[in-house]
Write a new protein. Structure first.
Length: 342
């Protein structure tokens, strides 16, 4: 099933629809990328359509819409031009810090301010959508030499159970916009089971057990003053008995200047994640029944492999996994990156 590829100018006005195969990716709390090629003989192979900064919308009947903007590199070879694009969240990487900003509130409030700041000089077409007000961030001080993208990703990474996405939409004048939503990722598990030999094609490095083990943690919060800072010490006895002692000490970017702090919750989530190696899965999902319809960043599935991992005293892996990355090409290849949740 082919995708629909439409091009919009920097103001969100529709200017062209192209017939091209599109490869694109979605990444949890990051900007994905896309690419497509068109013949130099195509009447729509024109600079005004393929201009850097033009907006791209890719739609598919079974998968989430992908939206972004054309960027470098552009490659010319054998009568074809390859065009690259980046997810619209990448616009934050084109905006430097705005000096000292008193965004004293939740990450959702800070994101709202970042979106508005990014649009002050030149419209990014990003708009404020549904932004959860959970948690409290620092009084944010972003230096001018720091890209907004780097600060935003560092901030939201402290809230592991939340997703930031920019969904394509249209304003009242039918111009393309992207609504920023920051929300708690869904807890439920899909009724669709991802099973090797049924709807999973397991080739290459299907399962990687990775990451730093930490079963004793000493974490100090951030704060406006030394008095505001807080420390927590955590141990996981089961992990220590199984693997030995692995210690971690660090300062969190989460502030405890305010009452509604998620600092302790965030620290316990980190211990739960790091007390054993993390399992990262990579496989192709076949278009069988509702598998593609239900695949989204943040979606949870039961995953069963018979040729990778240890299960009890034998081989195999039965896990609940969450989608943290997706890539799709119009040749019909949907690849997932998933992490184990339990």
């Amino acid at each position: 099933m082919a995708s629909r590829l439409t091009i919009y100018d920097r103001n969100g006005r529709l200017i062209a629809e192209l017939d091209a195969s599109v490869k694109r990716s979605w990444i949890k709390n990051r900007a994905g990328v896309a690419s497509f090629s068109t013949s130099t003989l195509n009447e729509k192979c024109r600079e005004e359509y393929l201009r850097y900064g033009n907006l791209v919308l890719v739609e598919h009947d079974k998968l989430p819409a992908w939206g972004g903007y054309i960027t470098t590199n552009r490659e010319w070879e054998n009568g074809l031009v390859k065009v690259n694009a980046r997810g619209i969240m990448g616009r934050f990487a084109d905006r430097w810090g705005v000096g000292v900003c008193n965004f004293a509130g939740s990450p959702g409030y800070a994101l709202e301010n970042f979106i508005n700041k990014a649009n002050e000089i030149d419209d990014t077409r990003m708009r404020v959508g549904e932004l959860s007000r959970y948690g409290v961030a620092n009084i944010i001080q972003v230096q001018r030499e720091t890209k907004m993208y780097d600060f935003i990703t560092a901030m939201i990474d402290e809230f592991r159970g939340y997703l930031l996405e920019f969904s394509p939409s249209f304003d009242e004048g039918r111009a393309l916009i992207f609504k920023g939503n920051w929300y708690k990722q869904p807890e439920g598990t899909s009724q669709t089971v991802l099973m090797e030999g049924l709807n999973i094609e397991a080739q290459g490095s299907v399962l990687v057990e990775q990451g730093t083990i930490a079963n004793r943690m000493h974490i100090t919060s951030n704060g406006a003053t030394e008095k505001d800072k807080k420390s927590i010490h955590l141990d996981d006895e089961e992990s220590k008995a199984k693997y030995g002692l692995y210690e971690l000490a660090e300062t969190s970017s989460v502030s405890t200047t305010y009452v509604q702090t998620p600092f302790e919750e965030t620290a316990r989530e980190k211990l739960a994640k790091m007390k054993q190696p993390r399992k990262l899965y990579n496989f192709k999902v076949l278009d069988i029944e509702s598998a593609w319809y239900e695949t989204r960043i943040g979606a949870q599935f039961r995953c069963e492999l018979y040729s990778s991992g240890f299960f009890g005293s034998g081989l195999g892996s039965v896990s609940t996994v969450r989608v943290i990355g997706m890539s799709f090409s119009d040749e019909g290849r949907l690849e997932l990156a998933c992490e184990e949740t339990e």
